[in-house]
Design a protein around this ligand. Structure first.
Ligand SMILES: Cc1ncc(COP(=O)(O)O)c(C=O)c1O
Length: 400
């Protein structure tokens, strides 16, 4: 699917990584801003809200203590591992052993990239939906595995395609890599979907990795399930949880990998060679986030929900029909019919040029992302309304 461009002048691994599609839009945005233009930036999923104050206060206190300036532990301090297992028990009724079934990571990205590096060997098949968060495919490619991407217009179609693959393929998938609420499509699933996934994977000897970066971003009463809620899931599955979105802590770089002890031991081994763990004051402050800031996660989610409502209403009013996502911090919008043939990258450039609104072109999330653009809900409601008005005016003037 065009994931491996040939360029023999490049380093071995670099030639497998195409230039970042989003760089084109980033460059245009930077130019517009340099020209004093007010760009409304809904491109990158970079949370704009502040980290809860108690967490900030704790890091300040901990950083003053010289004991916390030394190398920390690569797999995370025990108290932080215990705190995440407590949260899983409280929120999902999932029991985890903090020693064997939990590891702290430098965000979900570190967990994903290095877990794949640890458990994927040359030619191992890793199945994931497309479009997807780029590391889901390129983490596999960097580990020299075979990234097998299946279309996901909706969760049920993905499941059908997966069943077909098991029926027809001669090479057995080694790993299934999923993520719900899903970036960029915003597709959400219920526990029953995970039960079917775990059942299928168990029958076929496949391991499952679930990236749960948007664990706390479910709207209108929907609560995203953890895959570890499925009975016996941890016999074959791990879940990756992150503080980035749940607690507005993207810059702090704290995540976890939880569940299957064998996969976690593999990740711990790789990481023991690569890093000395997250800076200890940050780990200490993260304990406070998990222990004391549950209410903040609800407030953060409520902010995204209101922004979602403002964006959906504004785009529909501008003549761009879109549906309300049930979760995540994005809106995945089909490129309006009239602009579809130009492709998502050209359309994104046009939105930036004519309406001063930056979005991410769907093609940046893989070949099956073409035909859509992604809005990240990282501007406030007033600016979202300003953006949709500008888009409406652009559509009108373009028709005239
Ligand atoms: C699906 C998905 N996984 C992982 C990440 C990265 O999370 P972290 O900040 O914990 O590395 C993102 C960030 O946007 C994401 O969308």
């Amino acid at each position: 699917m065009g994931l491996m461009p040939e360029n023999t002048d490049e380093f071995y691994r670099i030639q497998k990584l195409p230039p970042y599609v989003f760089a084109v839009i980033n460059e245009m945005r930077a130019k517009a801003r340099a020209a004093q233009l007010d760009v409304i930036d809904m491109g990158m999923g970079n949370p704009d809200g502040a980290t809860p104050r108690v967490v900030v206060n704790k890091v300040i206190e901990a950083v003053r203590n010289a004991r916390n300036h030394r190398y920390s532990q690569s797999r995370g301090i025990p108290k932080l591992r215990e705190e995440i297992t407590r949260r899983y028990l409280t929120n999902y009724g999932v029991e985890l052993d903090a020693e064997r079934e939990a590891i702290v990571t430098i965000g979900a990205k570190d967990a994903l990239a290095h877990l794949l590096f640890a458990i994927v060997g040359p030619g191992d098949v890793v199945v994931s939906p497309n479009p997807a968060y780029p590391i889901h495919q390129y983490g596999v490619i960097m580990a020299e595995g075979h990234a097998c991407v299946l279309p996901m217009p909706d969760a049920a179609t993905f499941l059908n395609r997966l069943e077909d693959l098991y029926r027809t393929s001669t090479t057995k998938p080694k790993i299934l890599l999923l993520s719900f609420p899903h970036n960029p499509t915003t597709i959400c699933v219920d526990l029953d979907f995970f039960k079917q996934i775990i059942g299928l994977a168990k029958r076929h000897g496949t391991m499952v990795v679930h990236d749960f970066a948007y664990a706390d971003l479910g709207f209108d009463g929907y609560r995203p399930p953890s895959i570890l809620q499925v009975e016996g899931a941890k016999e074959i599955a791990v879940e990756i949880f992150s503080l980035s979105k749940s607690y507005n802590m993207a810059g702090w770089r704290v995540g976890f990998c939880l569940g299957n002890a064998k996969m976690i031991a593999a990740l711990a081994r790789i990481k023991s060679y690569l890093d000395y763990g997250v800076f200890q004051p940050i780990q200490i402050a993260s304990i406070i986030a998990l222990r004391e800031c549950e209410e903040d996660t609800h407030k953060i989610c409520a902010v995204y929900q209101k922004r979602r409502d403002a964006l959906v209403k504004g785009l529909n009013r501008a003549g761009w029909p879109v549906e309300k996502p049930r979760g995540s911090m994005f809106l995945w919008a089909p490129v309006p019919e009239r602009y579809r043939s130009m492709g998502s990258l050209e359309f994104s450039k046009l939105l930036l040029e004519k309406a001063l609104v930056a979005v991410s072109p769907g093609i940046g999330f893989g070949p099956l992302g073409e035909g859509h653009v992604r809005f990240a809900l990282v501007e406030n409601e007033q600016r979202i309304r300003q953006a949709t008005r500008a888009i409406g005016q652009f559509f009108k003037s373009d028709k005239a």
